[in-house]
Design a protein around this ligand. Structure first.
Ligand code: EPZ
Length: 424
């Protein structure tokens, strides 16, 4: 298991190109399985989650050819015959559960392993299952697998209200509903850009979808979906991560390229309150750090609210702010495994219920810290770059799931991050 050895304290100066979105690419890949012909996806990031999902799709008989240099992926679904997604792959990457909606949408049947939990607690899929049943699927559970089937092969249709709103459930229901016999309505649907982009791709394939980006999505089933070429969006969470990283040292000045600022929601307004100078210029974002970061408390919400996927990065920055703040996660109340690790670096931060209480003005000092999940890991890297001396961030395989080429992107703007192979 590799670790990062990081020398601090380093300001970040220069340009970083944002990669394609992980959380948008995965549903686009799943949507290709419902097409009658091959689909080409552009701007797909080289990430372990993308490789894992490609392998899950190949199990069905689909061809997945990923040209890493051009970031272009061709998915040929025409030979799909094995309508299953096995535990040993699904447990590695929970979004593999999208195979349920995709295989139901394509062939009226699916046997998919229930995904595991994750570092910060249970990740239920009850809404996915209840929604598919509401649209007319027959679903039973057997030995950790979901067995789903549609009598007559095409979903009759129906109405389901998500409570709470769920990105994954919205995506799964959309994948199953596109070729329904009737009309499927999703209330309290997720409005994330990842969902909007999926609806856009499905519509270009011939689906009839109304209300994408609102909390009510209506899908009128069609007989077939054609193969197309589609360009994946830039990663809004990677963008937010580097925007925060660019504020943490007073001498930092970053330009992010290949961005989609329109996908950032309220995050744009919140980050401006820190006092950093942030300018938006089409697909570029210029960030200049403030002399002293203003303390800004946040509470995560569904889109367009503050994303839960940026709360660990935000809390990390707030340890360096000129005053005290709080970070509350209303989506995942337990998503604070990074807090004890920040404390090892000298941060004054504690958690009560679903809120982190942060004292600013920390003088961070390098130490060994443990990654526990994707966003916690990148937060520890950000803290280590602002800690005096040497830090080791262990188990960086978490990072490789969701941040493409992270150490080179950071070293190219002045960081000192070395990947060291660790004996297992
Ligand atoms: C997606 O996960 C993202 N993953 C997550 O990003 C992100 O944190 C999350 O959305 C919230 O924005 C991908 O897109 C691959 P949810 P998902 O279903 O779809 C509850 C990252 O770091 N819920 O919107 O699994 C759930 O417990 C990852 O890139 C149910 O109760 O999230 C949570 O409290 C981590 N029952 C809330 O809904 C269900 O059936 C939102 O979860 C489903 C969800």
């Amino acid at each position: 298991m590799d670790k990062f050895t990081i020398e601090g304290i380093t300001p970040l100066k220069g340009e970083i190109e944002i990669s394609g979105s992980k959380n948008a690419a995965l549903p686009l890949m799943a949507a290709a399985l419902v097409a009658d012909k091959p689909v080409t996806l552009k701007n797909i990031p080289k990430l372990n989650d993308i490789y894992t999902f490609s392998n899950v799709m190949r199990v069905t008989g689909a061809r997945v050819d990923f040209d890493e240099d051009s970031r272009s992926m061709v998915i040929d679904p025409t030979n799909i015959s094995y309508l299953e997604a096995p535990y040993e792959l699904v447990r590695k990457m929970r979004a593999s559960f999208y195979m349920t909606g995709a295989l139901l949408g394509r062939a009226g049947r699916a046997k998919v392993s229930l995904p595991g939990g994750c570092a910060w607690g249970p990740r239920p899929v009850n809404l996915h299952i209840e929604g598919l049943k509401a649209f007319g699927a027959h679903i039973d559970m057997e030995a950790g697998y979901v067995n789903a089937a549609i009598p007559g092969d095409r979903l009759p249709g129906g109405h389901f209200e998500l409570s709470p709103s769920s990105v994954g459930a919205t995506i799964n229901l959309l994948l199953a509903a596109c070729k329904a016999a009737g009309t499927c309505i999703i209330s309290n649907a997720a409005m994330e850009p990842d969902v909007v982009q999926l609806c856009d791709m499905l519509t270009k394939m011939g689906a009839q979808i109304e209300g994408a980006g609102t909390s009510k999505i209506t899908v009128h089933g069609v007989d077939s979906l054609k193969g197309i070429e589609y360009y994946n969006a830039p990663d809004r969470i990677e963008t937010g991560t580097f925007m925060i990283a660019g504020l943490m040292h007073p001498d930092s000045e970053l330009t992010l390229t290949n961005c989609a600022p329109e996908d950032l929601g309220v995050f744009r307004d919140v980050i401006a309150e820190t006092g950093g100078a942030i300018a938006y210029d089409n697909d570029k974002i210029h960030i200049k750090a403030p002399d002293i970061i203003r303390p800004v408390s946040i509470k995560t919400e569904i889109y367009p609210g503050f994303p839960t996927d940026l709360q660990a990065q935000w809390a990390t920055m707030m340890t360096l702010a000129g005053g005290d703040s709080t970070v509350t996660d209303t989506i995942y109340p337990d998503r604070f495994s990074y807090v004890p690790e920040l404390a090892r670096l000298g941060a004054d931060i504690s958690v009560k219920n679903n809120t982190a209480y942060i004292k600013g003005k920390a003088k961070l000092v390098g130490a060994s810290v443990m990654s526990t999940d994707l966003r916690a890991s990148v937060s520890l890297v950000m803290a280590a770059m602002n800690s005096r001396g040497t830090s080791d961030v262990l188990r960086v395989y978490h990072l490789d799931r969701g941040y493409e080429d992270l150490e080179n992107k950071l070293n190219n703007v002045g960081a000192s991050v070395k990947r060291v192979a660790e004996q297992a």
